[in-house]
Design a protein around this ligand. Structure first.
Ligand code: URP
Ligand code: ZN
Ligand code: ZN
Ligand code: ZN
Length: 492
């Protein structure tokens, strides 16, 4: 027959257009978009009637931690590549970029990549790629950057905090200079590790160790200072950076000012900074540990408003989940991983930092209806594809060019609003920090390269692990770095 799949009667939303179109798919690609009704009589193996629901490019989640060693505290990863990417498709995400972690003793980046490939290969429900997570930028490691590019990796993440990962400013400059030479985008976790360690020690000395003090130990200033410093380091080298998981409106203001000056500063935020507050860390017993992430959820409504504003006005390039799944009740250990006899309620210092959210990212944010529909697609899919060298294969619905990755939502108002419940999610985590939040829509179908991988009504997961493929990435198609003023010692 002429098409493999047609999706008819949808309201098609991309980052650039909204319209009533029918979509035809052939050989895993978008083949055709045509005005609603105009494909009547054309043959297809399968037809989905969207009944007026939104049809969008599949979500691209560019910040996902799966099967990592314990770098951010004491816990065990609760998701494998299999369970994490399964959860993704049930929430409308068809591409994930996870991290290939270099622990400090590793002297070959290629072997780190190879190891990560082994975990992912034949296990993924989504298409996938990796950012290198760099912890020890020795000269020989930096010399491997061209190899990364040959392997289809065009981004890396570095940290200004965490004992196992923190780089000094001179090391960050080394990384940025090498990244500039090979057109690699550097992601930076911007929190001042020295200040927050010092504050943590001070709190511990007073016996203030419950989960809520995690937030006390890293106030907004800790993030704002590091964000400003990251911007400065990028400006010195004149190379693009992306500040990951921005939580603080004051950090966002520094980012916006830098962008206004024409600097190639990109930024990411996450649902936890739109929905959670520090009060979520202040729960009876150890429950607050479920919302411990870094940076921490901020004080209240005004902070959330500042982050929404940054999404609306373009300060934030992408909205990712920072899905970082840890087991709460560890069945293998027979207890929570940070509980000890001496500290029966645990110490926040050892709580693994990170929340799950790969499946709830799109529904939670769409349900708030705070973003224009095209802006929603831009920050949850298209911009991530552009920034990380996947566009227009991902993040778009361009006939002949884009993979047939789609989310079909229910027609607005079709579902009664309901509350998120962890038992209805598909990850391996035994909780969600978004338990009880109201949602008004959910992906009804998810399509990956022309194959329906999720059908919510009466069917569930249809995809198979291993259908997801590794994506070789090119360079960022967003702007960055004039190189005129850049530091180049050969100029002097
Ligand atoms: O708390 C967080 N964000 N955990 C994940 C690790 C990271 O820094 O992204
Ligand atoms: Zn309409
Ligand atoms: Zn981080
Ligand atoms: Zn992260």
């Amino acid at each position: 027959s002429s098409y493999d799949l047609m999706i008819i009667n949808g309201l098609v939303v991309t980052a650039s257009d909204i319209g009533h179109y029918d979509v035809a798919i052939k050989n895993e690609k978008i083949a055709l978009l045509a005005p609603t009704g105009s494909l009547a009589g054309i043959e297809a193996d399968k037809v989905i009637d969207a009944e007026g629901g939104y049809v969008m490019p599949g979500g691209v989640d560019a910040h996902v931690h799966l099967e990592e060693p314990p770098l951010f505290g004491k816990g065990r990863s609760a998701d494998t590549y299999e369970t994490g990417t399964r959860s993704a498709i049930c929430g409308g995400t068809t591409t994930v970029i996870t991290f290939a972690p270099q622990s400090k003793d590793r002297t070959s980046l290629l072997s780190v990549l190879e190891e990560t490939h082994k975990k992912a290969e034949n296990n993924c429900y989504t298409d996938y790629s990796f950012h290198l997570l760099l912890s020890n930028p020795t000269p020989s490691i930096l010399n491997e950057f061209p190899n990364l590019r040959n392997e289809g990796i065009s981004s890396l993440k570095i940290y200004m905090t965490y004992e196992a990962l923190q780089l000094r400013d001179n090391q960050i400059l080394d990384v940025l200079l090498a990244a500039r030479k090979d057109s690699i985008t550097t992601m930076i976790h911007a929190e001042n590790g020295d200040i927050l360690s010092w504050m943590t020690d001070q709190l511990e000395q007073r016996g203030l160790v419950e989960p809520k003090y995690h937030a006390t130990s890293r106030p907004q200033l800790v993030e704002t200072e590091a964000t400003n410093r990251a911007i400065t380091l990028s400006e010195i080298i004149d190379t693009p950076i992306l500040i990951v998981h921005v939580s603080s409106p004051s950090a966002a203001t520094h980012i916006r000012n830098a962008q206004t000056r024409g600097l190639p500063i990109y930024a990411e935020t996450c649902p936890q900074y739109l929905f959670l507050t520090r009060d979520d860390l202040d729960k009876p017993g150890f429950e607050g540990a479920k919302c411990v992430c870094s940076p921490p959820p901020r004080e209240g409504k005004e902070d959330h408003e500042g982050i929404w504003l940054g999404l609306q006005n373009g300060t934030f390039t992408v909205l990712s989940s920072d899905h970082c799944p840890f087991v709460y009740e560890d069945a293998e250990l027979g207890k929570k991983s940070v509980i000890s006899a001496e500290f029966p309620l645990g110490r926040f210092r050892y709580i693994p930092n990170g929340c799950p959210g790969i499946e709830t990212r799109l529904p939670l944010v769409l349900s708030e209806a705070r973003l224009e529909l095209s802006k929603f697609v831009e920050v949850t899919s298209t911009n991530a594809a552009k920034l990380y060298g996947l566009y227009p294969r991902k993040g778009a619905l361009l006939p002949g060019l884009s993979d047939a990755d789609l989310v079909v939502w229910y027609p607005p108002g079709r579902l009664e609003e309901w509350r998120v419940r962890n038992e209805e999610l598909h990850h391996g985590v035994d909780y969600t920090p978004f338990e009880g939040r109201v949602v008004r829509n959910w992906p009804r179908y998810t399509v990956l390269r022309g194959k329906v991988v999720w059908e919510r009504d009466g069917v569930g997961v249809l995809g198979e692990k291993g259908w997801g493929r590794f994506l070789r990435r090119g360079v960022s198609s967003l702007g960055g770095g004039s190189k005129k003023e850049a530091w180049d010692v050969e100029r002097f």
